[in-house]
Design a binder for this molecule. Structure first.
Ligand SMILES: NC(=O)c1ccc[n+]([C@@H]2O[C@H](COP(=O)([O-])OP(=O)(O)OC[C@H]3O[C@@H](n4cnc5c(N)ncnc54)[C@H](OP(=O)(O)O)[C@@H]3O)[C@@H](O)[C@H]2O)c1
Length: 281
């Protein structure tokens, strides 16, 4: 039974939140993944941090273990690679660590026209944003089902509800993430497993640099007020997880944009997207 109290005009759910036994976060070496690790360390007994830059993971792990009562294991892996995902799963099994929390956060974009894109980058994006997220969920679900509890957070995007010219494949991969998460949430309800799709708008992280082609800046005409900082994105995502929501658009401006997009008929949306100023020629 939830305990509710009033604070500063808001109703706050003060029910103690169940700690996580073991939380696995992908893409924890930067941006949102690193922030999830910082904000959730106090609630976890064990944490697994995954990314390619092992040095960054080690620095973060050391800080977390100094400041919190948490055991952290770092795993250096390129998640585009199927065998690396299988190895990650096998190593954790061998160690006896069974994640009851999974944050599929690692992701990348590629900004520019589709016909001029490099196939290697496009393929890596498809593998990371969709294949790795789906495969890791498939690998780590069985023990959660057996235990009758678990938490999966998939990082999607506001782009998941909007086909975006010059960001076509990225937006399509995120449409997959939102759709997959919504369906999975319904499938897994009877097993006590919660699934949340987090759909942020623009955030200042390394994402923009990775998505840019040949150093072309991509956010030149993005309005400053539309950015939400990573601390707020993660705090709102955790709040949504605790409330067992299916989806969250962190930041009032992003929430408003999502509501607006959902009300606009597709024909009008096509017109708007076709006539908006392009950031690449
Ligand atoms: N920033 C935004 O504007 C924005 C908006 C909406 C949604 N998102 C989504 O938020 C998520 C996090 O992005 P971010 O903004 O935090 O970006 P970021 O700062 O670039 O961080 C991306 C993380 O993913 C990891 N990663 C990238 N490729 C990988 C690979 N092949 N194997 C393993 N790890 C890999 C990176 O670590 P290594 O390089 O060390 O491997 C890094 O830790 C992504 O799914 C992104 O699509 C971002």
């Amino acid at each position: 039974m939830p305990t509710l109290s009033w604070r500063a005009g808001h109703m706050i759910d003060t029910t103690p939140v169940k700690p996580m036994e073991c939380l696995l976060i992908t893409g924890a070496s930067a941006g949102l993944g690193e922030e999830f690790a910082k904000q959730l360390a106090a609630r976890c007994k064990k944490m697994v941090l995954v990314a390619r830059r092992g040095d960054r993971l080690a620095t973060l792990a050391a800080t977390l273990m100094q400041t919190h009562d948490v055991e952290v294991c770092c795993y250096e892996a390129d998640l585009c690679n199927e065998s690396a995902r299988v190895q990650l799963h096998a190593s954790l099994e061998e160690k006896g660590w069974q994640p009851d929390g999974l944050i599929n956060n690692a992701g990348m974009g590629d900004y520019g026209t589709f016909h001029e894109s490099s196939w290697e980058k496009t393929e890596a994006m498809i593998r990371l944003n969709m294949e790795a997220l789906t495969h890791l969920t498939h690998l780590f679900l069985p023990p959660m089902i057996a235990a009758g509890s678990g938490q999966i957070i998939n990082i999607s995007s506001l782009a998941s509800i909007l086909p975006i010219p010059d960001f076509a494949v990225y937006a399509a991969t995120k449409a997959y993430v939102s759709s997959f998460s919504e369906a999975l949430k319904i499938e897994l309800k009877e097993f006590g497993i919660n699934v949340l799709a987090v759909c942020p708008g623009p955030i200042k992280t390394e994402f923009g640099q990775v998505a840019a082609r040949n150093g072309t800046p991509i956010a030149a005409n993005m309005r400053e007020w539309f950015y939400v900082n990573k601390e707020q994105v993660v705090a709102e995502a955790i709040q949504a997880m605790d409330r067992n929501l299916a989806r969250v658009y962190p930041g009032w401006q992003v929430c408003l944009a999502a509501a607006g997009i959902s009300l606009v008929p597709l024909a009008l949306l096509r017109l708007l997207m076709a006539t908006r100023p392009r950031k690449v020629s």
